[in-house]
Design a protein around this ligand. Structure first.
Ligand SMILES: [Zn+2]
Length: 194
């Protein structure tokens, strides 16, 4: 049985068929994404680690087509969404960051004779495509998704609503607010002794 997402296929063929692929896959099925997310979460203590985060789903859709009506250059457009398990960089708690990314890729074999033609064709295309070089004429769509998601990972994810962080920040600040009173008491004690 063929698996459009995982099989290595001719990207020319996918474009010929105007192939669409629906995606509803666990993070666990994306090797590099899984590694990156796991590394980001590793700063959390064992109890704070979100349960079963590898089961969160990547949802979306890929569409293969040609660069333009007259073109024979295959392109891939896609939309991906994921409730990304992450660590808030403001309060350092686990949360889910709404990751959303789009792909607009012109697929070309790295050694292809027409690579420059495709490059000059891109600016004239209706959408803004990025050149995506592949080692041969085939592609495993899941590999592209994996790489695109890793590239879309936020550098410093934070709770969207800052109020979610505030409780923790207040707790963290509490010992500091005690300090002036503590030193005041020390000063008063010292006065009494004198
Ligand atoms: Zn936060």
């Amino acid at each position: 049985m063929s698996d459009l997402l995982r099989d290595s296929q001719s990207f020319q063929g996918l474009a010929d068929n105007k192939q669409a692929i629906e995606i509803y896959e666990q993070i666990d099925n994306f090797k590099r994404l899984c590694e990156s997310v796991g590394k980001d979460l590793s700063v959390l203590g064992g109890e704070e680690m979100p349960d079963n985060w590898r089961a969160n789903r990547v949802c979306g859709r890929l569409d293969f087509a040609y660069l333009g009506e007259q073109s024979t250059a295959p392109v891939l457009r896609g939309e991906l969404k994921l409730a990304l398990p992450a660590v808030c960089q403001r309060c350092m708690k686990a949360f889910e960051w709404p990751l959303q990314t789009t792909l607009s890729l012109a697929l070309v074999r790295a050694s292809a004779a027409d690579i420059e033609d495709v490059e000059t064709e891109i600016p004239r295309a209706p959408a803004d495509y990025e050149l995506w070089e592949l080692p041969d004429d085939t592609v495993r769509p899941i590999d592209i998704i994996d790489e695109a998601l890793v590239m879309a990972l936020p550098m410093a994810p934070k709770h969207v609503e800052m109020s979610r962080c505030i409780e923790f920040e207040q707790a963290a600040r509490a010992p500091h607010t005690m300090t002036p009173f503590a030193s005041l008491r020390t000063a008063m004690d010292r006065d009494k002794q004198n």
